[in-house]
Design a binder for this molecule. Structure first.
Ligand code: FAD
Ligand SMILES: CC(C)=CCC/C(C)=C/CC/C(C)=C/CSC[C@H](N)C(=O)O
Length: 565
């Protein structure tokens, strides 16, 4: 690595990450000081004073600004005003949030992270984020309490999210334990009972051994999925989402991305009734679509109904804030507008190729120069309108993202709408729906605050309900669903890709040193998926920077790691 080339790297979008376990959530980052418009005058870098030299302040050779830590690292995208960081007092400007995708990249490269190859302590981190709380990890406040409005549940085998929470000293909490009912617009086709044996009897009566087979089918998928953690422990990386999926689950995984979950499960011998009454509602609550989603995201969605799901006490986006601080990243509040490759002379008279990242801030346009750019936000143009200027190959925008509306209502649900004239007989607290055209909601379920309450709510208390719907609910629809309510909050999301297999997975490497973290969302969108992609890009950019090809796209790792390592 030459000195000049390692001066800067940058990532765009946010980490979801967290998160960039989110993320959201990995990004190598490059700390640079945006070249303010005045600096564009070509007057060259500021000079270091005697005092600067005494304070070991140097000039960054990429943008000429003063820096104490040698070269520059910058990440674009990341935090907006997050919740109070886990162990810091509230700062005047409010602690920067993050999102899981990008921040976990920063963490993976944070100079004091022993787990990861890192570019060394001369690498600093900047984050450019247009400023929402943790991206799609977010909460809404209702009557003084916060509820997850975006990414809400985490699987017990999501090891990156787990390690972030542990490393950041955060606590896990168990989301609501709801009794689930499956409603088809006219009646409940399945209702969970409080009694375990009654549920077993109902499941066998309705669906034979499909539930048991589903449990084993998801287990098999998870066994293969878990391989990625071992690969990443040994610093193996993958230059495309296809090769990453193939390394995990071979053709089984790469094929799943190109057919529907309906086709996959029919081929596996599941009954159509089970697919329509159990699988379809699971796809609707998790991804706002039916069984036409691709088989891989369908499998992830089914894993999202496993037992042991958890969340972060205080809000999942606390992971983002914590990752930001742990990665020593610097927040630059701005909206990235364009990325362009530029040649710059080095002190020795050579020329180095850098990326000029332009972004809008409250103070006006600004820019920074970086070695590596990592995009950690969906490139769907309705979300992230970054222009890639003068690149030989046009860098394509991703496919459109699916609107999901999360509506929070504090009120008394209208049991008679669901066929129960007597509320006392209405026992379910989470209602999933089948693909019934007349239904205007995907799901409705009670939610608990992200911070456990000191005393459990009295049964007479009206509950807070979260409704997922494709469109905002009308007042009339709210009145159909609720006998009475006294608070409503609506959060509209462009939540996930519109899944319609065969999926064309965007490249991870968009240009020599431009990486795209959210390519993985076209396979499946989840906090952990972004964290895995983030760590992959942290490794991949590092190995490509140092020419360590032996750590990229290795075949047969599953077998080799059993014997060699
Ligand atoms: C309603 C909902 C429910 C969900 N439930 C779950 C769940 O239960 N479990 C789970 O695992 N996952 C869930 N997810 C998915 C999960 O939240 C996402 O996959 C993950 O948070 C994505 O993180 P990210 O960092 O990749 O992207 P994001 O979090 O979307 O971050 C992108 C960021 O980029 C910023 N940005 C965009 N354009 C620019 C620009 N030009 N310049 C600077 N910044 C820019 C945005 O402000 C944003 O903060 C859910 C998502 C939604 C919406
Ligand atoms: C990535 C792997 C292997 C597992 C993740 C499983 C998981 C947590 C899936 C959830 C995916 C998702 C996008 C859920 C959205 S809705 C969540 C919940 N049902 C709710 O109603 O809030």
């Amino acid at each position: 690595m030459t000195e000049a080339r390692m001066r800067t790297m940058v990532r765009t979008g946010t980490p979801t990450g967290r998160h960039a376990a989110l993320r959201r959530r990995l990004l190598y980052a490059v700390r640079g000081y945006p070249v303010q418009p005045a600096d564009r005058s070509g007057t060259g870098p500021a000079a270091c004073t005697q005092q600067d030299r005494a304070d070991k302040v140097r000039l960054c050779r990429s943008c000429g600004r003063k820096t104490r830590r040698g070269r520059h690292l910058m990440k674009i995208g990341g935090p907006g005003p997050g919740l109070r960081p886990p162990h810091r007092t509230q700062t005047a400007a409010g602690p920067p949030p993050g999102n899981i995708g990008g921040l976990s990249t920063a963490l993976q490269n944070a100079v004091d992270k022993p787990l990861m190859p890192k570019f060394g302590n001369h690498v600093q981190i900047d984050i450019i984020e247009k400023g929402e709380v943790g991206g799609r990890l977010s909460t809404v406040e209702m009557e003084g309490k916060h509820y997850e409005s975006g990414g809400s549940v985490i699987h017990p085998l999501n090891l990156h999210m787990k390690s972030f929470v542990k490393e950041l000293g955060l606590n896990a909490r168990s989301p609501n334990e709801n009794l689930v009912g499956i409603y088809n617009g006219d009646e409940f086709v399945f209702q969970e009972s409080e009694w375990f044996l009654v549920n077993i009897f109902k499941m066998i009566w309705n669906y034979g051994l499909n539930f048991l087979r589903m449990y084993m089918w998801v287990e098999d998928m998870m066994d293969k999925f878990m391989r990625i953690y071992r690969y990443q422990t040994f610093d193996f990386s993958f230059s495309s989402t296809e090769s990453l999926l193939h390394a995990m689950g071979g053709n089984d995984f790469t094929t799943k991305v190109n057919v529907t979950i309906d086709e996959v499960l029919q081929k596996a011998g599941f009954s159509q009734r089970f697919i329509d009454e159990i699988v379809a509602p699971t796809m609707r609550v998790n991804y706002g679509q039916g069984v036409d989603v691709n088989g891989f995201v369908g499998a992830v969605s089914l894993a999202g109904t496993d037992s042991g799901l958890w969340a972060v006490e205080g809000g999942n986006n606390l992971v983002c804030t914590g990752l930001l601080y742990a990665s020593k990243a610097q927040l630059v509040k701005g909206t990235v507008t364009s990325v362009q490759e530029k040649a710059r002379p080095t002190k020795s008279g050579d020329t180095v190729k850098l990326y000029e990242v332009n972004y809008e801030t409250d103070q006006g346009p600004s820019l920074g120069l970086y070695d590596i750019v990592i995009i950690a936000t969906p490139l769907a143009k309705e979300i992230t309108n970054i222009k890639f200027l003068d690149f030989d190959l046009p860098i394509e925008a991703s496919k459109p993202y699916q609107q999901t509306v999360a509506t929070f209502v504090h009120g008394q649900i209208n049991a008679s709408f669901f066929g129960y004239p007597k509320p006392s007989q209405f026992s379910v607290s989470e209602i999933l729906t089948t693909d019934a055209p007349k239904l205007f909601i995907n799901s409705i379920g009670t939610v608990s605050p992200v911070t456990p309450e000191s005393e459990s709510p009295k049964s007479s208390d009206t509950k807070v309900w979260k409704i997922f719907s494709p469109e905002p609910l009308t007042d009339e629809q709210l009145r159909l669903l609720f006998e009475s309510y006294h608070a409503v909050i609506v959060k509209k999301w462009l939540a996930y890709p519109q899944y319609n297999p065969p999926e064309k997975l965007p490249p991870i490497i968009l240009h020599h040193d431009i990486y795209y973290l959210n390519s993985i969302e076209l396979a499946a969108s989840a906090m952990e998926m972004c964290a895995i992609s983030a760590k992959n890009i942290a490794l991949l950019s590092y190995h490509r920077w140092y020419g360590q090809d032996g750590q990229i796209d290795q075949e047969d790792l599953a077998e080799r790691l059993k014997s060699e390592l």
